[in-house]
Design a protein around this ligand. Structure first.
Ligand code: NAP
Length: 313
């Protein structure tokens, strides 16, 4: 038991990359007194028990939330509504209910109607992740120096928001609050669109007749390698993200297509000045990201945990 515990009993529904990382980090930091975990399949529940990252592993979502003062749904965005419906009548009065979904507007819409007035709903998105899934892929350091965005609905008890903020801060995250719609717009351009581009380009390379697959593998250090890593991300999670954040992604995709057309035109016309100007501007953006500490200027290759700690979801 830790003197600094912020919550008494943490219930995690879903024990993949994010759920199992929260379990490991919360325990490492003494942020909660006990952790109960559940997952959809018996195989995952068994693995969580073997890994010893929870105090208790239970079979159902309803059983997990009994007596918990913090409940975090760590399941794909598309499953959040049905899980909220399952747990609603089993929540302890005053429990804080949160999630980690990469889309917020749709999750709020799906979950909120099911939750009782006695619970405090504080949605969250830790902007930290990797392309790996499952309970073995998690690690306690995942959230350190990463952002966690809270999107509490208007009128949410400020004490509940503050306790969840303190929880994420204890796990090492920097915490910011915004509206669900603003979150979805920001993440559409910073995360969702880059994933869509990676999924596209890897598929395109695969279909190219002229370049054999062995050449794609052999020369993949030239930028393509980073795309293949992102395109290895979990298909269920990313299907749900694009279905749930349709409007914001389509808006960003429209702007992206216009910009791509401008670059296409510059290449076709041999307009080196336009290309140079564009690349100079984007280089300055990259330097700004490094300056504010969101990435390192060191090459990826050989960085410890480089394959694990780079891609936010
Ligand atoms: P993951 O590794 O695939 O794990 C998903 C977990 O959810 C699994 O334990 C799965 O159980 C469980 N699950 C699925 N449906 C369920 C249901 N109806 N009831 C109970 N458990 C259920 O996924 P993840 O990467 O941790 O992602 C989880 C959430 O975090 C998603 O909403 C995603 O948008 C968000 N997120 C992901 C990242 C990232 O980079 N991966 C970053 C930030 C946020 P089984 O193993 O038994 O199938």
């Amino acid at each position: 038991m830790s003197a600094q515990a912020i919550f008494n009993r943490l219930a995690l529904i879903g024990a993949g990359l994010i759920g199992s990382s929260i379990a490991r980090a919360a325990r490492a930091q003494g942020a909660v007194r006990s952790i109960v975990v559940t997952a959809r399949s018996a195989a995952t529940r068994r693995r969580v028990a073997e890994l010893g990252i929870a105090d208790q592993v239970v079979e159902t979502n309803a059983a997990a939330v009994e007596g918990a003062d913090l409940v975090i749904l760590c399941v794909p965005v598309g499953a959040c509504g049905e899980v909220a419906a399952e747990i609603s009548s089993h929540l302890a009065p005053g429990a804080i209910v949160s999630d980690v979904g990469s889309v917020k507007g749709a999750v709020v819409k799906d979950m909120a109607p099911h939750l009782p007035a006695s619970a405090h709903f504080v949605p969250a998105h830790p902007v930290a992740g990797t392309e790996h899934s499952g309970p073995d892929s998690g690690f306690a350091e995942l959230f350190i120096n990463r952002w966690c965005i809270l999107t509490p609905p208007e009128g949410t008890d400020p004490d509940a928001v503050e306790r969840l903020r303190a929880f994420w801060a204890a796990l090492g995250a920097k915490v910011e609050t915004m509206t669900p719609d603003h979150h979805d717009l920001v993440l559409a351009i910073t995360s969702h669109l880059p994933h869509l581009i990676a999924y596209t380009i890897v598929g395109t390379a695969d279909e190219l007749g002229q370049v054999t697959s062995s050449e794609v593998m052999k020369f993949s250090a030239g930028g393509f390698r980073d795309f293949t890593r992102i395109a290895a991300s979990d298909p269920t999670m990313w299907r749900d993200v694009f279905l749930a954040n349709k409007e914001a992604v389509l808006e960003m995709l429209g702007t992206f297509n216009e910009d791509l057309s401008k670059l296409t035109r510059a290449i076709r016309r041999g307009d080196g000045e336009a290309l140079f100007e564009h690349f100079t501007r984007t280089r300055a953006i990259r330097r700004g990201i490094v300056e504010i500490g969101q990435d390192s200027a060191a090459p990826d290759f050989g960085r410890p945990h480089a394959h694990l700690a780079k891609k936010p979801g």
